[in-house]
Design a protein around this ligand. Structure first.
Ligand SMILES: NC(=O)c1ccc[n+]([C@@H]2O[C@H](COP(=O)([O-])OP(=O)(O)OC[C@H]3O[C@@H](n4cnc5c(N)ncnc54)[C@H](O)[C@@H]3O)[C@@H](O)[C@H]2O)c1
Length: 261
C-alpha cells in the first residue's frame, strides 16, 4: 500500500513534453484550454476556422511554448486527415486531443431548417467522431493518449430553438463512453468536460437579455456565470497522468447548475 501511494507526486499534473491538439482554440473556451495546457508545459497544435489567431499565438509563446496552426473546416473529412498528418509532421506525436470546436443555430422549431440540423450535428458530433477516430490510430501506436470531448449543460437538458445542439451534446457523452471502451486497453483515456454557462463573446447577446440572464443566474448555486479561468484546472487534470484511472466519464463545470430544479 505504501509503495502505491509513493507513486503520487504533484508532477503527475504536469504536461511537460506533451503535444496537445485543441480545436477552435483561437477563441472562447478553447483558448482557455490551450493556455492552461501551455502553462502546464505542453506545446499546441490549433486547427482554426476563422483568421483570429494572433491572441492565442502570443499567449502560448509568452509561456515559452510552441504553437502551430492549420486552418479549415472540421466538417470536411479531408481536412480532418490533414490536421492529424500536420500535427505528426510538426511534433511527431499527439498526446492530447480536445474536441472543443462547436456551433449552434437558433430558429423556431416548426420552421427549423433541415440544413441547419445537418450542419450543427456535423460540427458538434460527426467531426468529433472522425477526428478522434484518426487521432486514436496515432495514440494506439504509442499506447498513450488523452481525448477530452466538450459537452454542455445541454448534455443533460434541452432548451428551445436549437434541437441539434442538445442532441449532439447528449451524444457526446455516449461517444465518450464508447471511446473509453474501445481505447482503454491501449492506455488512452476519454472523458468529457461539460461547461455550464460561461460568459464568452458568443453569449454576449444572450446575457444582455435580462430575463434570460436572471433565469440562468438564479439556477446557478454559485450565483454567477463561469469565467474562462474556471475551466482550466479540470482540463489540465483530465489531460495529465493524474487522471489515468478515470475513463469514460464527465466533469460538470457549471457552478452547480445541473443540480438544481
Ligand atoms: N460558452 C459556453 O458557455 C459553453 C457552454 C457549454 C458548452 N460550450 C461548448 O464549448 C465549446 C466552445 O464554445 P465557445 O463558447 O468557446 O464558442 P466559440 O464560438 O467561441 O468557439 C467555437 C470554436 O469552434 C470553431 N468552429 C465552429 N465551426 C467550425 C467548423 N465547421 N470547423 C472548425 N472549427 C469550427 C469556431 O471557429 C471557434 O473557434 C463548444 O463545443 C461549445 O458547444 C460552451
Amino acid at each position: 500500500m505504501k509503495v502505491s501511494m509513493s507513486k503520487f507526486s504533484l508532477n503527475s499534473f504536469s504536461l511537460e513534453g506533451k503535444v496537445a491538439i485543441v480545436t477552435g482554440a483561437n477563441q472562447g473556451l478553447g483558448m482557455a484550454y490551450a493556455l492552461a495546457f501551455a502553462k502546464a508545459g505542453a506545446d499546441l497544435y490549433v486547427p482554426h476556422f476563422t483568421d483570429d489567431i494572433e491572441d492565442i499565438r502570443s499567449l502560448i509563446e509568452q509561456e515559452g511554448r510552441r504553437v502551430e496552426f492549420i486552418k479549415g473546416d472540421l466538417t470536411d473529412r479531408d481536412y480532418v486527415q490533414k490536421v492529424v498528418e500536420g500535427c505528426i509532421e510538426c511534433y511527431g506525436k499527439i498526446d492530447i486531443l480536445v474536441n472543443n470546436a462547436g456551433a449552434s443555430f437558433f430558429a423556431d422549431f416548426l420552421d427549423y431548417p433541415d440544413s441547419a440540423w445537418q450542419k450543427i450535428i456535423d460540427i458538434n458530433l460527426n467531426s468529433v467522431y472522425y477526428l478522434s477516430h484518426e487521432v486514436a490510430k496515432k495514440m494506439v501506436e504509442r499506447k498513450s493518449g488523452k481525448i477530452i470531448n466538450i459537452g454542455s449543460a445541454l448534455s443533460f437538458t434541452a432548451d428551445k430553438r436549437c434541437p441539434p445542439y442538445a442532441a449532439a451534446k447528449h451524444a457526446i457523452l455516449g461517444l465518450t463512453k464508447a471511446f473509453a471502451n474501445e481505447l482503454g486497453e491501449y492506455n488512452i483515456q476519454t472523458n468529457a468536460i461539460c461547461p455550464g454557462f460561461l460568459a464568452t463573446d458568443v453569449n454576449k447577446e444572450l446575457r444582455a437579455d435580462k430575463a434570460f440572464y436572471d433565469k440562468i443566474t438564479n439556477r446557478i448555486p454559485a450565483g454567477r456565470w463561469g469565467e474562462l479561468f474556471d475551466i482550466m484546472g479540470a482540463a489540465v487534470f483530465l489531460a495529465s497522468s493524474a487522471s489515468n484511472y478515470i475513463n469514460g466519464t464527465f466533469i460538470n463545470i457549471d457552478g452547480g447548475f445541473t443540480t438544481t430544479l
